[in-house]
Design a protein around this ligand. Sequence first.
Ligand code: MG
Ligand code: ZN
Length: 383
Amino acid sequence: MKRKILTIAAIIFLSQQVFSQDSYLKVEAKDSLKVYPGGTKYEVKTFPQKFKAKKPKNVIVMIGDGMGVAQVFAALTANGGNLYLDNFKHVGFAKTASSDNYITDSAAGGTALSTGQKTYNGAIGVNTDTVAIKTILEMAEEKGLATGLVSTSAITHATPASYIAHQGSRGSYEDIAADFLKTDIDVFIGGGYNHFAQRKDGRDLTRDLQHNGYQVLRDMDEISKVKSGKLAGLIADEHNEVYPNRKMDLPLSTETALNILSQNKKGFFIMIEGSQIDWGGHANNTIYIVNETLDFDRAVGKALEFAAKDSETLIIVTADHETGGMAVVGGDMKSGMVKGAYTTGGHSAIMVPVFSYGPGAENFTGIMENTDIPKNIMKLLGL
Ligand code: MG
Ligand code: ZN
């Protein structure tokens, strides 16, 4: 009798387990966007690790917005086990908290990376008292280096804006666009045309840009043909489309910008952003995340190609924060299938990876504050 009760209890217990596991699987299966099924892979080149100088002449900062270790590993799996990021032999982690929040947004995260100061969520290039702080791009410019910004979002969006604008609030897109005119930046490529040309104040800043000697272009082919001079590439009206539908090409924009900037004998500073890894994370969409991270990695490949040849260029690849609280819960290195799981639709607090390559790369290892990254670059460039 005792045995019978135990058996019945066991059956009830097991059937509930089976039911709950099944219903769990059904939820996962319905949400097909959480599984990247595998797709086209690209070959990753290996670059030399020997450099001419001890200190860099040029610095390329690449920000994968929302790119944590899970996003990197998902992309690595999708590409069959390798990424251009494999060339980075110096790796560390950055803590990303802002001055007022355990979890940063892209404005405070961008400002920490552009100025070396922690500030409040929403702040663009200003401190906790909303006073403008000089950014590393502005310092580089003052020292005679060429400067650039490339982004797959609007060029006025939080991450690129943090390097060039000073506004109390990230949503002030038209004021951020106007701040571009207060600088002497050499090359910028992204979206955000309307913030320059379709403004509430009726001004057309693209005319001012032209007056200041910029080639203002909206077509990717035309942009990619620019070899010298000042360039304002404003491809989309607002944000560029999702990969692969966007007209803006991140690897090609990277190559174009580096070729123009490298003509400056004194060196250059550029920030290049893969903006939409973050939006894939907000959507808990593994396909979106993988496509955007792979696109970003191919841009890293273009930067490596330049730096390996140049031998005086430091590349730092990092993130402003992680998005989605993503975990990789399944995958196959052969097919490239990878399955993501998510714990939030927002950002998470976890440390982000810091990859560095080139002269001075050894300064960016271990656990650091995100603000240590620009501080170290400033030291290396003598800013
Ligand atoms: Mg961003
Ligand atoms: Zn975000």
